[in-house]
Design a protein around this ligand. Structure first.
Ligand code: AMP
Length: 122
């Protein structure tokens, strides 16, 4: 398994080395607006712990971290007014999943219809 790279951009954001547009934070997570939004609301939720991907997080995070993460997602979607019309959560993973930043992050997209889940190729 690949080891966690502490120089990835989200690790730098967690250390306060790079600014971010925070929408929510607590002991377990930091959530901030995506720098290149793909929907009217586009937020990234990241755990404070050093996890590369959603499968790394699910396999190795503590129960408190996992519970805290998804409780935060629920708080954020309510805070952003997304519960009425819905939203989409995406966790791109690895090269086939198109993951660019190797620190687990869940995208929350909403504020308007998000479109088809996947654009089929070929
Ligand atoms: P992924 O392709 O799932 O790894 O998504 C990475 C996301 O991080 C992309 O949507 C980028 O626009 C976003 N991103 C990269 N750098 C920053 C940053 N400094 N602040 C906020 N979002 C960022």
């Amino acid at each position: 398994m690949t080891t966690y790279d502490p120089q990835n951009i989200f690790a730098k954001i967690l250390r306060g080395e790079i600014p971010n547009d925070t929408v929510y934070e607590d002991d377990h997570v930091l959530a901030f607006r995506d720098i290149s939004p793909q929907a009217p609301v586009h937020i990234l939720v990241i755990p404070r712990g050093a996890y590369i991907s959603i499968d790394d997080f699910g396999a190795n995070a503590s129960a408190a971290e996992i519970k805290g993460f998804y409780e935060a997602v629920s708080k954020i979607v309510a805070q952003e007014g997304l519960t009425k019309n819905g939203f989409r959560c995406i966790a791109n993973t690895g090269s086939d999943g198109g993951q660019e930043v190797p620190h687990f992050h869940q995208h929350i997209l909403g504020g308007a219809p998000v479109g088809p889940m996947v654009v089929k190729k070929g």
